[in-house]
Design a binder for this molecule. Structure first.
Ligand code: PLP
Length: 410
């Protein structure tokens, strides 16, 4: 068959194997456990000697269909789907790191990810936070016990773009696991595999699901990392081709041991959402660009953070790497303009913490998602007290511009 485009592959991939009764969607298999007519078959599946399902905590046909969909989107090797984006990050680190290990992370991170990494530090897994817009800063933080590097593509909320290719080259030459959180870009705009990532993480709650009605997360092994060089793979998972070892350990530790399971109902919602990712992202990018330009020209706005603006420090890098700049856009108001006043006047925007919804969402950053950090650490991360984060949706662009114009008193 000839190579198919992103959306065709996403829509028709499920049918690579026959679906029960010719259903056009993979059905929802709401079963906690799976039975066998012959105990020998149960044993074979249990021991991983042949494919199948034994217990829903470790996966169902419905979660597997979603995993395969994400793998195709990421052009990866294997995906493990779990109950949230945070569960995906936690599960991968929990499976791959041990006490005494060290990892390097971008300091421009989603706040809960920072908090998670600090929890790992309490358990004897040290982390160095660096400015990942420069691969040299990552390199300077490496130690003999460094195992992994973690970055986001477009950082949330200030939209810094990591030196994704430079860090990929560094990790390749040093034999380090390179983990890229692709949530903000989504596999439609960017594939971490293209810059040498070992693992791509996606919060499925965001653009992939798209409708803000289901939570999930996924880790995709891109197939690039040579797990035979990685010291933390247990003997139990050093079976067969090393390309499967990392995913086997992540699946066993994350799903079987930690139980970060995604429910079949939710997997189905996310699969349906994923079908329209490309269409939605095109519209999101166009709306965000229009809004970023409008806000950048507005006299009451002090600063706009959006990689699609020529003044953004990594504008050229974003253009070279991404098929679009996504929908995360943050802005600071000029002194004397009350952010709660502006937010209160928006009619077509929901005041909400989520991102990647079809609806445009807005949140004042400092008193909410960065509240726990306190003013000093906020300042060190460049988070102004008046910063507003938008997750631009797929509304009609004219309505969004009119709304922000009205709210800013035009
Ligand atoms: N990664 C990024 C970049 C995020 O912005 C978020 C949530 O906002 C997550 C991960 C966590 O995803 P979830 O909310 O599905 O746990």
């Amino acid at each position: 068959m000839s190579a198919r485009g992103f959306t065709t592959t996403t829509l028709h991939g499920d049918r690579a194997r026959p679906i029960e009764h010719g259903a056009t969607h993979k059905p929802v298999h709401n079963s906690a456990a799976f039975g066998f007519a012959d105990a020998r078959d149960l044993v074979e599946v249990f021991q991983g000697k042949r494919p199948g399902f034994v217990y829903g905590r470790q996966g169902t046909p419905t979660t597997m269909a979603l995993e395969e969909k994400i793998t195709r989107m990421e052009r990866g090797f294997q995906t493990i789907a779990v109950g949230s984006g945070m569960a995906a990050i936690a599960m991968a680190l929990f499976a791959l790191l041990r006490a005494g290990d060290h990892f390097v992370s971008s300091r421009f991170l989603f706040g809960n990810t920072t908090s998670l990494f600090e929890t790992f530090a309490r358990m004897g897994i040290e982390v160095s936070f660096v400015d990942a817009t420069e691969a040299a800063d990552v390199e300077a933080a490496l130690r003999p016990e460094t195992r992994l590097v973690f970055v986001e593509t477009i950082a949330n909320p200030c939209t810094q773009v990591a030196d994704l290719a430079g860090i990929g080259e560094l990790c390749r030459s040093r034999g380090l696991v390179y983990m890229v959180d692709n949530t903000v870009t989504s596999p439609y705009l960017f594939r971490p595999r293209d810059v040498g990532a070992s693992l791509a993480v996606n919060s499925l709650t965001k653009y992939i699901g798209g409708h803000g009605n289901a939570m999930g997360g996924a880790v995709t092994d891109t197939g690039l990392f040579d797990w035979s060089r990685y010291p933390n793979i247990d003997d139990l998972y050093r079976q067969g081709d090393p390309v499967v070892w990392g995913a086997a350990q992540i699946r066993k530790k994350g799903l079987r041991d930690a139980g970060a399971t995604l429910s079949p109902e939710t997997a189905h919602h996310l699969s349906i959402g994923a079908e329209t990712l490309a269409l939605r992202m095109e519209r999101v990018c166009a709306n965000a660009q229009a809004l970023a330009e409008f806000l950048a020209a507005h006299p009451k706005v002090a600063k706009v953070y959006y990689p699609g603006l020529p003044g953004h420090p990594q504008h050229a890098r974003a253009k070279a790497l991404f098929a679009g700049n996504s929908g995360i856009l943050s802005f600071e108001l000029k002194d004397g303009v009350d952010c709660f006043d502006v937010l209160g006047k928006l009619e077509n925007v929901i005041l909400s913490t989520n991102l990647g919804d079809n609806r445009t969402l807005a949140i004042p950053v400092a008193p909410t998602i960065y509240f726990e950090l306190g003013p000093e650490r906020r300042a060190s991360q460049g988070i102004a007290e008046s910063l507003i984060r938008l997750s631009v949706g797929i509304e009609d662009a004219g309505d969004l511009l009119a709304d922000f114009g009205r709210a800013l008193g035009d």
